[in-house]
Design a protein around this ligand. Structure first.
Ligand code: SAH
Ligand code: SF4
Ligand code: F3S
Length: 502
């Protein structure tokens, strides 16, 4: 979605707005299954996923768990015996959208039953599960099963129980230990080139605006060996990029081999698996982004020189109200330090407009911080009050909608201008692009990303395929995409040591 072209988005101040299409930290359009698979037990599941990359990764675990019990995947809801919606609760609109879908599935179930056709079991998974279970089950009678993010191993039982008893089955227990470490996700919606790998679950940060600690529970890290073996399997299967996921990857910590392994060491160890596997991660909290981590970026050529480093706001008082635990100055100092250690590193961010009590002067600080940092991309949101959060309990959501909208609009306009300028600076440069597939507009063009996470489109040369690396010279750009000309096929190793290339 190009925010300049799509100002309708401003009619919905809670929708996510991204300056980086295809790189959304949160999915606006649901993800579903690409193809039908076999169903040894005769039942097919249709999974629809909303929310962030962690939810996408979780749906792949759900497919794995149910696949192990003989369920097949359905490509459409019409083919399905079971529909599961993996939900997001981050903003009010995200919940409304899911409710709309549930009502539709319910209507389909009623229609099927009236026509004497096969039943449709409807399930809600993910971040809305805990909070809305009573409403969805008792008041609105919309669903047959509800499973929270830590209850997916229980799904086969829940489905069987709902089937046998005709009663709703629920498990929204949040665990302190579950990391699904032993499961191999079924990557049913994958391009075969890049994959998500969850390294931790939950969040302990309690930012004042955020519902995630309530929906996903306490923070816990997955053992190193299971992460490394999943990444090694991906390399074996021909994948060229992993994005390791957690709500705050910088706080990753486990005991392994008798010592504590932190996120910098984990990344380093993943980078030893293959010289051709690009590594990205999301999300990084500015409060504990270490120098060691920055040095891993500098020293390991496969660790992409790009950090998603959400600032949320540019004013220290607002950051304090948000409970982000860093000041504007500390954030800017981190950006400077990163740029000193890793020259040419690219940044994206998340920004919230119209948080409780935000004044014009405080908003102006967000604008000035954006001008100072000059992010390559940004995900920009209007504040949406979430029940139970610190902000909902302690502050008043007092910035009028029209003001939120105007401030968000100003933020988007500025980011688009900066993205365009920064993209223009890349014209004439040669970039290493990992080919992800054909361009959306034409089969004659390929698309892929640079190390810095910029999307590049270029004419398809003979012999180049999905999963290959190419050297591409940037010739033109918009605020969202670079356009280029193919120079040569390459490998990451050759690109990192050009003199060694034949
Ligand atoms: N763990 C990540 C953020 C996950 S949520 C981090 O700390 O960076 C993704 C983004 O949604 C957040 O960075 C924030 O910008 C936005 N967001 C979260 N709660 C919100 C709310 N109540 N209203 C508007 N935006 C919100
Ligand atoms: Fe939410 Fe803050 Fe945790 Fe991110 S770090 S998930 S914004 S509480
Ligand atoms: Fe992600 Fe939404 Fe849950 S952003 S963690 S799916 S509330």
């Amino acid at each position: 979605m190009n925010p300049i072209a799509d100002l309708d988005i401003l009619a919905d101040t809670t929708a996510p707005v991204s300056s980086a299409p295809d790189a959304q930290s949160e999915i606006d359009q649901p993800r579903t299954v690409a193809a039908s698979a076999e169903a040894p037990n005769g039942r097919r599941v249709f999974i629809e996923t909303y929310g962030c990359q962690m939810n996408v990764a979780d749906s792949e675990l759900v497919a794995s768990i149910l696949g192990g019990e003989g369920y097949g995947l359905a490509a459409t809801e019409d083919e399905a015996d079971v529909v599961l919606i993996n939900t997001c609760a981050i903003r009010e609109k995200a919940e409304d959208r899911v409710r709309g879908r549930l009502a539709r599935f319910r209507a389909q179930k009623t229609k099927r039953l009236a026509a004497g056709e096969k039943d449709l079991t409807i399930g809600v998974l993910g971040c809305m599960a805990e909070r809305l279970r009573t409403k969805l089950l008792d008041q609105e009678k919309l669903v047959d099963i509800v499973a929270g993010p830590d209850a997916y191993r229980d799904l086969p039982n829940l489905l069987a129980s709902a089937d046998e008893t005709g009663q709703a089955a629920v498990n929204v227990h949040l665990s302190r230990e579950e990391t699904y470490a032993d499961l191999t996700p079924v990557r049913y919606d994958s391009n075969g080139v890049s994959a998500f790998v969850s390294i931790m679950r939950g969040c302990d940060n309690m930012c004042a605006f955020c519902v995630v600690p309530f929906t996903r529970g306490r923070e816990r890290s997955r053992p190193v060996t299971s992460i490394l073996s999943e990444c090694a399997q991906l390399v074996e299967a021909g994948y060229k990029e992993v994005t390791v996921l957690g709500q705050n990857v910088n706080s990753y910590r486990v005991d392994a081999d008798g010592h504590a392994v932190d996120f910098a060491e984990l990344l380093y160890r993943i980078s030893l698996l293959s010289p051709e596997l690009r590594i990205r991660y999301s999300t990084s909290h500015p409060k504990d982004c270490s120098d060691e981590l920055l040095h891993v970026h500098r020293e390991r050529p496969t660790v992409c020189d790009f950090i998603h480093l959400p600032v949320q706001h540019g004013n220290t008082d607002v950051l304090k109200r948000m409970r982000r635990t860093y000041s504007r100055e500390q954030y800017l100092e981190l950006i400077d330090r990163a740029r000193a250690i890793v020259p040419d590193i690219a940044f994206s961010t998340d920004i919230i407009a119209g948080f409780c009590g935000e004044t014009d002067a405080e908003h102006a600080d967000t604008i000035s911080l954006m001008e100072q940092v000059r992010y390559d991309h940004a995900f920009m949101f209007a504040y949406s009050e979430r029940p139970d959060t610190y902000a909902a309990r302690k502050y008043s959501d007092d910035v009028p909608e029209a003001v939120k909208k105007a401030r968000l609009s100003e933020i988007i306009t500025l980011q688009n201008a900066v993205s365009l300028e920064k993209n223009r600076q890349r014209i004439g440069r040669r970039e290493v692009v990992l080919v992800e597939g054909t361009s959306k507009r034409s089969d004659e063009q390929l698309r892929g990303r640079t190390d810095s996470n910029h999307m590049v489109v270029f004419d398809r040369p003979a012999g180049l395929a999905k999963g290959d690396y190419a050297l591409v010279e940037v010739t033109d750009c918009s605020s969202a995409t670079l356009h280029g000309t193919f120079v040569s096929a390459t490998t990451l190793e050759d690109a990192a040591h050009p003199s060694a290339a034949v």
